[in-house]
Design a protein around this ligand. Sequence first.
Ligand code: BG6
Length: 473
Amino acid sequence: MGFRQDFLWGGATAANQCEGAYNTDGRGLANVDVVPIGNERFDIISGKRKMLDFEDGYFYPAKKAIDMYHHYKEDIKLFAEMGFKTYRLSIAWTRIFPNGDELEPNEKGLAFYEDLFKTCQQYGIEPLVTITHFDCPIHLIKEYGGWRNRKMIVFYERLVRTLFTRYKGLVKYWLTFNEINMILHAPFMGAGLVFEQGENEQQTKYQAAHHELVASALATKIAHEIDPDNMIGCMLAAGEYYPLTPKPEDVFLAQQKNHENYFFIDVQSRGEYPAYALKALERGGIEIDMTEEDVTLLKQHTVDFISFSYYSSRVVTTDESVEKTAGNIFKSVKNPYLEASEWGWQIDPLGLRTTMNAIYDRYQKPLFIVENGLGAIDMPDESGCVKDDYRISYLREHIKAMKDAVELDGIDLLGYTSWGCIDLVSAGTGEMKKRYGFIYVDRDNDGNGSLKRTKKKSFDWYKKVIASNGEDL
Ligand code: BG6
């Protein structure tokens, strides 16, 4: 019993949150580069405010991040020391195609990832690659309006064909779009969307999502053609919605919110728009431009596995007066039974098991947990070490729940990569002080620090967890 022998233990990062080197070796500018830290950040990521260039008076954390571009050998060596079997990272689209619409890729960008994958290979670490993790070339936003434009499918196809061809034999596990449902909440990050005054935002979001879904099916097709061993996954920002009370209206609302979330991966996993979504779109007056070829592609090229991030469950009620939680892009009301992180994210390990069951019941395909973790303020002690017992406790409880889902519920789980295995820039707030890592990076919110890497207490704990295949928690 327990986890499978080839269980893929590891950690996860995203290019724009760790690489830095935003204009090195021919890299172009992406949406995620121009999102500053500070009050405006949410307006920008939600597409309400336009910022498509660097502006004076702002600090842009992604420009340098933790400079993994120049530290990856040292960082992967540390991951190997923890015993990682896999490392989830994302490709920066603008390293490969700086503007996004070129015909030929940038060799220096391709060479960078090739060397990174070979470094992983040297340690027996299987890369798990997110093709787009919230990034979209700025040029494609300025010229084409981001994913609202069908031409994006062509540019994405060129990107994936290049990646699958070049990295054949080096990479087997791929995710097409990070947290595809994020398009509803942070459409600038999810699809490079900035809304015009008076634009029908829902119409634009769902049309953009349709283009991503078709691009994802096309990528799945191409990946399997180039190498039948390729394994392609969808990726959901998961977390079941609970009703606050047994009032039938609350229960029904929770089901509706779960539908809203699952819609995208329902298409990627089952190959067609679910009936509830078609009806909801019709009621909302949303018309999707969908060709016959789209329908066939979606049907024939479903994903091999379902990956997801899990940080918290969510709670809804029809009672508007109930207090909401703070600090999360996903709106939820407070769950009176749960503690919350310093950023107001509610901590619910059993909710992970509930969520895994809900997803597995729905699709009956292998699952992969590709993000989970605790964002916290870490303070090194006099010796320079971070004693992050709170993080160990969070991860231990979640891994226990995940183990129960495997052992007691029979869920087929391929692996687990905790989020931000090395401290990096927060996607939601842009802060460095919101840390998730087993490895501390000396850098603060204002960009000060030596970038020195130091092991936290959780480093040795996770090493032991991996060595015992999840038995010694
Ligand atoms: C997920 C994203 O939504 O949550 C990551 O895929 C992100 O990119 C992570 O970093 C944690 O969120 P935050 O806002 O704490 O960085």
